[in-house]
Design a binder for this molecule. Structure first.
Ligand SMILES: C[C@@](CO)(OP(=O)(O)O)[C@H](O)COP(=O)(O)OP(=O)(O)OC[C@H]1O[C@@H](n2ccc(N)nc2=O)[C@H](O)[C@@H]1O
Ligand SMILES: Nc1ncnc2c1ncn2[C@@H]1O[C@H](COP(=O)(O)OP(=O)(O)O)[C@@H](O)[C@H]1O
Length: 288
């Protein structure tokens, strides 16, 4: 199949179905054990190849300078791997994911750019190389590059395929912004959860899922505390990443939508299906 120009590619969200902090590296970074799953919901990136050289973002993100935007950083890093003169590209971002919500939107945009431009520029870089480039831009980028639900260790870059149930989720965004660095520097954070040795036993057993950032986030952010208390009435509800988004799991779309419709007024979010193959990889496979 010939690749269309412009080409629109999905940039899905991730959930950390559970997140344990099992230690700290000498450089201060926290070692995690986590279970990543994708959602069939996220941003879209549209790439238009141009005769004029250079990388441009059609619509800048409020509060993020273009040179800090992970889309531009990914495109420039990729371009630096080849001495070839490359066609220019204009990239449009249709943003649906709340920023800094623990859904990995920026990291996902970064991975979609790496994979999309590797394809459009015919660079032929392997997934391993793209994951390595991605890791230099953020700890959550490799899982989006690899595109399979995964058991993550290290800072989230050591990935083993996982197969959690593809349930439906109500994702809520309490009205507060949480800075990842602030949560990881909190004194009261649990940092010594024992390492799990048999990961598969955990995948299908949602009742054992826990997020070690949750207690600290509940204390610091009453909005998250209230939303978790509300959603927990209907089943286990958890924080994703360091928040602020939370999620509840349901076996069917209709069950999730009933809860979504009854949410307290003023709260935003969405309903989405958990998927073990990234929608980005599905789309790229169709193009090959
Ligand atoms: C917690 C997770 C779980 O998926 O997700 P998010 O909540 O960001 O989505 C990630 O590990 C987030 O990784 P990443 O996206 O690289 O974090 P950053 O925003 O760069 O981290 C900001 C700061 O938090 C601290 N940090 C981050 C990750 C980690 N494993 N240990 C840390 O101590 C570091 O001080 C770092 O400078
Ligand atoms: N393309 C991008 N989309 C979202 N955030 C970006 C992007 N590029 C850089 N950022 C920065 O990354 C931060 C984290 O964003 P995001 O990945 O959405 O959240 P989280 O890491 O909590 O899941 C944002 O607050 C923003 O400053």
């Amino acid at each position: 199949m010939t690749t269309p120009n412009p080409l629109t590619l999905p940039s899905p969200a991730k959930l950390n179905l559970f997140l344990h902090i099992v230690g700290r590296r000498p450089d201060g970074y926290h070692e995690l054990q986590t279970l990543f799953q994708f959602l069939d919901y996220g941003d879209d990136l549209t790439f238009t190849l141009t005769t004029a050289p250079g990388v441009r973002l059609e619509n800048p993100l409020p509060g993020v300078a273009d040179e800090d935007n992970l889309i531009i950083r990914a495109a420039r890093l990729l371009a630096s791997t080849t001495p070839r003169e490359l066609p220019g590209v204009t990239i449009r971002l249709d943003k649906r994911l709340p920023m800094g919500g623990g859904l990995g939107g920026g990291s996902s945009n970064c991975a979609t750019t790496l994979l999309g431009l590797n394809h459009l520029w015919n660079l032929g870089l392997s997934i391993d190389r793209l994951a390595e480039l991605g890791l230099s831009l953020g700890a959550d980028v490799p899982v989006f590059v690899r595109g399979f639900a995964a058991w993550g260790e290290g800072v989230g870059e050591k990935l083993t395929p996982a197969h959690p149930p593809e349930d439906w989720f109500v994702v809520l965004k309490p009205a507060c912004d949480i800075n990842t660095g602030n949560i990881f520097s909190e004194q009261g954070l649990t940092r010594d959860t024992p390492r799990i040795k048999i990961a598969p036993a955990f995948e299908g057993d949602a009742s054992r899922y826990r997020n070690d950032c949750e207690d600290v986030v509940r204390k610091l952010y009453p909005e998250v505390n209230q939303s978790l208390t509300w959603l927990s009435q209907f089943g286990p509800a958890r924080l994703t990443g360091t928040g602020a988004c939370i999620f509840g799991r349901f076996p069917t779309e209709s069950a999730a939508r009933i809860i979504w419709e009854s949410k307290p007024s003023g709260i935003t979010g969405f309903v989405a299906k958990g998927v073990n193959i990234s929608p980005l990889h599905k789309k790229l496979t169709e193009l090959r």
